[in-house]
Design a protein around this ligand. Structure first.
Ligand SMILES: [Zn+2]
Length: 79
């Protein structure tokens, strides 16, 4: 009887985590009611996975596929 509430907060309240929107959503830009895909999809993972853009290359964070930007442009020039 008459006991005070004790402890309780020792474990810390569970704070709701701020969930970041998945990175791939940044690759989508909505323009006038249509969705424009930005970035290049990974040929291995499919169109749902985009390649991360680096200075000289593109890479997939999922399957670690890598593609050189330089070779791509060189290819086009050669054709
Ligand atoms: Zn991939």
């Amino acid at each position: 009887m008459g006991k005070k509430k004790k402890g309780g907060d020792r474990k810390g309240k569970k704070r709701p985590k701020k969930t970041k929107p998945s990175a791939k959503y940044k690759k989508y830009v909505v323009e006038e009611n249509k969705i424009v895909k930005k970035g290049k999809p990974c040929p291995k993972c499919g169109s749902g996975v985009f390649l991360a853009e680096h200075k000289e290359r593109l890479s997939c964070g999922r399957c670690s596929y890598m593609e050189s930007k330089k070779s791509e442009t060189a290819k086009k020039e050669a054709e």
